[in-house]
Design a protein around this ligand. Structure first.
Ligand code: AMP
Length: 114
């Protein structure tokens, strides 16, 4: 089912887009949890990690390549950053269109588990 991220991909609602190619879009999170908080999404509608199919292997690689490129572009590649994907209820997923949170711009605390 289409989510708000599909609307962003289709330019039906605005977002601050920082990266785009034919398969991947990245934009600023509207409610940033760190000085840099980018969402990297596939243009293909994949609801959760559980829905990734063998034929999506290359696409997932493209997403990581995009993350590396964005991190270099934003100048956070050397200091470092964190990439997170939430899955379903216990993972705290709110938008059911696969996405990677790219978090950086400061020394991040311990990984949240509660
Ligand atoms: P998750 O909880 O992993 O599903 O993350 C969803 C993320 O999408 C949250 O960090 C929200 O702040 C973010 N978000 C929701 N709506 C928008 C929007 N219109 N533009 C940018 N980010 C959004």
């Amino acid at each position: 089912m289409a989510t708000i991220f599909t609307k962003i991909i289709n330019r039906e609602i605005p977002a601050t887009i920082v990266y785009e190619n034919d398969k991947v879009l990245a934009f600023k999170d509207i409610n940033p949890a760190a000085p840099i908080h980018i969402l990297v999404v596939p243009k293909k509608e994949i609801p959760t990690i559980n829905d990734i199919k063998p034929e999506d292997k290359e696409l997932i690689g493209e997403m990581y390549l995009a993350i590396g490129e964005i991190a270099r572009e934003l100048g956070i590649d050397k200091e470092g950053y964190r990439v997170i994907t939430n899955c379903n209820e216990y993972g705290g997923q709110e938008v059911f269109h696969l996405h990677f949170h790219l978090l950086g711009g400061k020394r991040l605390g311990a990984l949240l588990t509660d």
